[in-house]
Design a protein around this ligand. Sequence first.
Ligand code: NAP
Ligand code: 8YV
Length: 317
Amino acid sequence: MTALDILMPRPMLPIVQEQLDKAFTVHRLYEADDPETFLAEVGDKIRGVALTGCGVDADFLKNVPNAEIVASFGVGYDHVKTDDCLAANVVVTNTPDVLTDEVADTAIALMLMAVRELGQAETWLRDGNWTGKGAYPLTPATLRGRTLGVFGLGRIGKAIAKRAEAFGMTIHYHGRHQQDGIDYPYHASLKDLAAACDTLMVVAPGGEETKHAVNAEVLKALGADGFLINIGRGTVVDEDALIDALESGTILGAGLDVFEHEPKVPEKLTQLPRVTLLPHVGSASQATRNAMGQLVVDNLKSWFETGKAVTPVPEMR
Ligand code: NAP
Ligand code: 8YV
């Protein structure tokens, strides 16, 4: 393969860097003293972008007018404006499937931590309260008898639902479409789903269409025994409405892996008692992140070797 020029705006995993360095000439934007001058110098040569940690839109693409592919790390690609990429004839790829089970495991763990206050109970022990004050207080909530409402019954949503069934939960779902061959009850609106369940699992993508879909009305419908679990994207939840709902007892608790302005987390959320917070670790094992990285490499190589990407996002097909 000739040494085609690839742009890497932010550092990627060693497994990605090592393989891309062997196959391509990699231009590391993050090492440039002056990114604008750097892009002015190398931008015309760039044929592909290995992307993590930043967005892509029409302005970005103007810097790399000969780019053919943006290979993004992660299954969610709300940070990539696919319309702009289509207009510039740039294919976009993501990293689906290889992280599905890891993220579903994390989602179940987050739900159990939130409902049974397991993080708080561990802090109780570590702080010496078990010996000092006695047993951790009984939790008002239990997973027993709960109904899980899955908002976004896609690859990860289905893997979460399968696990939740094994925990004895009843499953309902909402998405834009009712799915063939799925027996779980479907709700045409998110509010109806929230009213039908007491544990709302958000695993829908981010972006304008889903922005603040979980709002005050939805949280009210979830009800006073309700838990909100978000493993999807922070933008899907109106965080101010969530804080109000938690403070007023409109819902009982929440478990959040993702936030609207990561890595910033609203201080109030960190102070509320029945809230479990994780720093976006849904897929964050070395094995799963390496599998995602490998897919970034495979997409770039496949595109330049065969003219076909391995996992183009649906908008490209
Ligand atoms: P997927 O297979 O594409 O599933 C997405 C589901 O959401 C589909 O069932 C889809 O159903 C529904 N959906 C899509 N757009 C919607 C909209 N505008 N309104 C309502 N429902 C919509 O994706 P996946 O692989 O399961 O990943 C789902 C999301 O999880 C990713 O986009 C990412 O944001 C998030 N994620 C988070 C982590 C983490 O570390 N926390 C890790 C991986 C992924 P319909 O087409 O019927 O609407
Ligand atoms: C990654 C994710 O942590 O795949 C996704 O959509 O949210 C996570 O698996 C993230 O994309 C890496 O930047």
